[in-house]
Design a protein around this ligand. Structure first.
Ligand SMILES: [Zn+2]
Length: 524
């Protein structure tokens, strides 16, 4: 999702970036320590291995030094078996808790003026949900802005995940990118400017090909939202062959699967800038493609698998399309959604992703069926060894940062992934797609210390990871909230995830007080 229209207009108008407040320079979290021992955890290490524990995880500064098996389940731990705390070290009692690798959000926009979401708000929602790495697929606040935040995060001067900056193709080009030499120059300049990669929305075939090949030659990575405006000429298979790293969302994939047409069945009064048209018709797209298990379906799967291509479906950002009230009335909105962001979500002919001019039973039904087919493809791809990653695209369509990411994990589960497969996508596969799997993505000795700690088993219920926790009835008939990430460790620094979310709550309640604002449903 995201900016299709906004970005295109912005590029054409060469407008100034709608920047937002940078994150404040406050040292939060504890550490890093010369030695940090996280004690008594059950570990889900991100590789697909089953949980094991209890283990003590020993960290030195920002590196995982060792993972020590200190006993077997249900037997008291022999203290002699445990690693000893060195002088100046710090230990955290995590008895009975679960640890996973830090989550990677492969599609993390850092908000903007339109949403009125300061960086601190977005970053704390992410870290508060265990997200320790994000890929910004647009740099909507400008590359310099993102690179500054990236540097501050790398130096741990701000409370924020690690950032990978992918610039929108053509961003900043005064006269546009119209020729092959233009494309090659732009790609080379983008690398010089310090970007980690490129986010494409599509372009004429010769330009896409030249840009993708040059970017790959330079060792950078790429992502593409195959916008409808180019997809008849250049679909996902074309991109994968030319060296694209990951496809975002799903556009361009059903088109690659057409076997009885070459163009989507657009109604004759369709207009792409009318978002009701755009999103309503998109819901009828998968049923126009080759059927699951058909020859064409298998050919496209095989071709993408052979190219080691990454699928980043961002299921959650379209979740409202199949059940608008569910997304709109999520229990976290009154507490965690800023008034300005709520306003941005409301139906509007102008805001991107706010296309609910008339959305009801018929549209939702189409989208429910659309998801079934889309999910079958994603699950088949995973089952044949393909890499599927987790991206949220949050800040649009009633998906608030952090919460939408956890919803994405639930939707991979719905697509047919085992929870261990879900967490592998959220961690190891994300690191592979970013090209940083030698240092991130799993909890193993030698890796950087990015770890999520939670006081509940997230395999049993992914909803435990929501900042609001999950409803649970105790043996003595008390209703409690179970879960919510307890600690997020990034670079060996221990953040109290619940405290980060408390900060967000306060930002939201202050914003409401200052504007005398009350949450109302649209049209009330
Ligand atoms: Zn996006």
């Amino acid at each position: 999702m995201k900016h299709g229209i906004f970005i295109f207009f912005c590029l054409m108008a060469n407008c100034l970036f709608a920047q937002i407040e940078k994150a404040p320079e406050i040292k939060e979290g504890l550490g890093p320590f010369p030695q940090l021992i996280l004690r008594g955890l059950t570990l889900i290490n991100g590789t697909g291995a089953p949980p094991f524990g209890p283990v003590d995880i020993v960290i030195e500064n920002n590196r995982i030094k060792s993972i020590v098996w200190v006993g077997v389940e249900g037997v008291p731990i022999n203290p002699d078996k445990r690693p000893k705390l060195k002088e100046g070290g710090y230990e955290l009692n995590c008895n009975g808790m679960y640890a996973l690798p830090g989550f990677i959000d492969m599609h993390g926009h850092i908000g903007g003026k339109e949403q009125g979401t300061p960086a601190e708000y977005v970053f704390k929602l992410w870290l508060g949900h265990g997200i320790t790495t994000i890929r910004d697929p647009a740099c909507g606040n400008g590359l310099d802005w993102v690179l500054y935040e990236k540097k501050m995060s790398a130096e741990n001067k701000i409370t924020a995940p690690r950032i990978f900056a992918y610039t929108v193709f053509g961003q900043g080009a005064k006269n546009g990118v119209n020729t092959i030499p233009d494309a090659i120059n732009w790609v080379q300049q983008n690398a010089k400017n310090g970007a980690d990669g490129i986010k494409f929305f599509g372009a004429p075939p010769a330009i896409m090909k030249a840009a993708l090949m040059e970017n790959k030659r330079l060792g950078l990575r790429s992502a593409c939202h195959h916008a409808q405006t180019y997809v008849a000429q250049w679909n996902v298979v074309n991109s994968a062959k030319a060296g694209l790293t990951s496809m975002e969302h799903w556009y361009g994939l059903p088109e690659a699967l057409f076997d009885d047409k070459t163009i989507q069945h657009y109604p004759l009064n369709y207009n792409y800038t009318n978002e009701q048209n755009r999103f309503e018709e998109a819901g009828k797209l998968w049923k126009q493609a080759a059927a699951p298990g058909s020859k064409k379906w298998n050919e496209v799967l095989d071709e993408l698998l052979a190219l080691d291509f990454t699928l980043d479906p961002t299921f959650n950002i379209y979740d409202a399309n199949r059940d608008l009230m569910r997304a709109r009335c999520a229990e976290w909105h009154p507490i965690y959604t800023l008034p300005s962001l709520w306003k941005f979500y409301e139906p509007s002919r102008e805001s991107h992703g706010s296309y609910w001019q008339h959305w009801g039973t018929e549209q939702e039904l189409e989208w429910k069926n659309n998801y079934r087919l889309w999910m079958s493809f994603i699950n088949d791809y995973k089952n044949r060894g393909g890499r599927v990653t987790t991206g949220s695209d949050n800040g649009y369509i009633y998906q608030t940062y952090g919460f939408g990411y956890i919803r994405e994990l639930e939707l991979l589960r719905e697509a047919g992934f085992h929870p261990l497969e879900v967490f592998r996508s959220a961690t190891m596969y994300g690191a592979q797609a970013l090209g940083v799997d030698s240092v991130l993505g799993t909890v193993e000795p030698g890796k950087l210390a990015d770890i999520v700690i939670i006081d509940a088993n997230p395999l049993e219920n992914i909803q435990y990871l929501y900042g609001t926790g999950a409803i649970f009835l105790t043996d003595d008939n008390k209703i409690i909230r179970k879960g919510g990430v307890r600690y997020t460790v990034k670079d060996g620094i221990v953040y109290d995830s619940k405290k980060l979310l408390e900060d967000v709550k306060k930002m939201v309640s202050d914003a409401k007080k200052n504007s005398n604002w009350q949450l109302k449903q649209p049209g009330e």
